[in-house]
Design a protein around this ligand. Structure first.
Ligand SMILES: O=C(COP(=O)(O)O)[C@@H](O)[C@H](O)[C@H](O)[C@H](O)COP(=O)(O)O
Ligand SMILES: [Mn+2]
Ligand SMILES: [Mn+2]
Length: 345
């Protein structure tokens, strides 16, 4: 999968990031999102694959493009037999967030990216459009920290695993009213909190890399983003756990169905009978092969953002593979037209 799709998926996230970056700082989050979706879809449909979106821009009725269940790739076309032998290709499941951090792009803030994860059919948890309580931490803490323990307990475990004082730990938390007590507890335990307005996928992945000065992600964000984060953390050997949050009273912001009871019923219909179950990275991204790709839209801790120059642009992406056990940072110059100069850095 990596050999045939590795370079293709880099181009998919690069194209989405470039399209969205043109709307950076324009205050129009929907446009920044829409153009990323269109670019991602267009590039995906040039790949010789049989792809299916399992995490996308919502249900077909609400989202005209990259909706859950949408088939992508040349080999899903009705005339596919003219181009390839679809029977020879394995079916691929794809989780996408073409513009992760639409507000960040619209307001010219750091940390947005175009992102996707792929696996063979059934290899990614088809998370409902719910919220998710998340815990991400470095590989050294994998299986030691636990989402069912208190933040205080987890910080103590993390400090032992990383051989550093709790005071030397930095925990990323989304700046939301629902996290008031969580933030208080982390601070009381002695750790430091980095509040982010958006973009918890990037924060989760940062936990796996020493040098980011981010050691843990705690709190509630969106469930689809949780699966994408889990795919990356699984490939990196880091710790990730997620627990679906279905109670609007807990979430406090955002849309999450009408009622707790209604949401539990919806989960049952989807075959999720234990709504309180916590999932680890290997359960959320369970496929034999998992590939993850992200490209910075605005600058971030992991990647540079898109930089335009006369006739071109430069992008930085991160591709992570469970197959080759690699995390590749890919730096690309895109030449849209004959350029006067090519910028080395
Ligand atoms: O910040 C985020 C926004 O994602 P997007 O809509 O693709 O730009 C995500 O990283 C968060 O995980 C999540 O979507 C957010 O926590 C849910 O929104 P909110 O109700 O404001 O907390
Ligand atoms: Mn997102
Ligand atoms: Mn998005």
């Amino acid at each position: 999968m990596e050999n045939t799709l590795g370079l293709e998926i880099i181009e998919v996230v690069e194209q989405a990031a470039i399209a969205s970056a043109r709307w950076m700082g324009k205050g129009e989050k929907n446009t920044a999102d829409q153009v990323a979706v269109e670019a991602m879809r267009e590039r995906m449909n040039k790949i010789y694959m049989r792809g299916r979106i399992v995490i996308g821009e919502g249900e077909r009725d609400e989202a005209p493009m990259l909706y859950i269940g949408e088939e992508v790739g040349i080999c899903t076309r009705t005339d596919a037999k003219d181009f390839c032998n679809p029977d020879e290709l394995i079916e691929i499941d794809i989780a996408v967030d073409p513009c992760e951090g639409t507000n960040l792009v619209a307001y010219g803030q750091n940390g947005s990216m175009a992102v996707l994860a792929i696996s063979e059919k059934g290899g990614l948890f088809a998370a409902p459009d719910f919220y998710m309580k998340k815990l991400a931490a470095p590989a050294a803490a994998r299986g030691h920290v636990d989402i069912n323990k208190t933040p205080t307990q987890n910080l103590k475990i993390l400090s032992e695993c990383l051989d550093r004082a709790v005071e030397e730990l930095v925990v990323v938390v989304m700046d939301r009213p629902r996290h008031k007590e969580l933030i208080q507890e982390i601070r009381s335990a002695g750790a430091r909190v980095r509040l982010i307005s958006d973009g918890d996928v990037s924060a989760a992945i940062c936990c796996a890399f020493a040098g980011t000065n981010i050691h843990c992600l705690m709190g509630i964000g969106a469930a689809p983003e949780g699966v994408i984060s889990a795919a990356a953390l699984r490939c990196l050997g880091g710790h990730f756990q997620g627990q679906l949050i279905y109670d609007p009273e807990v979430v406090k912001t955002g849309l999450i169905g009408e009622s707790k009871e209604g949401n539990i019923a919806r989960l049952k219909e989807m075959g999720i009978n234990d709504p309180d179950r916590s999932y680890n990275a290997e359960e959320l991204a369970s496929g034999n092969t998992v590939l993850f790709a992200a490209c910075g839209i605005t600058p971030g801790t992991l990647m540079e953002g898109v930089r335009f120059f006369h006739g071109g642009a430069r992008t930085q992406s991160l591709v992570i593979s469970s197959q080759s056990q690699t995390a590749r940072f890919v730096d690309t110059i895109h030449m849209f037209e004959p350029t006067k100069t090519l910028q080395l850095r």
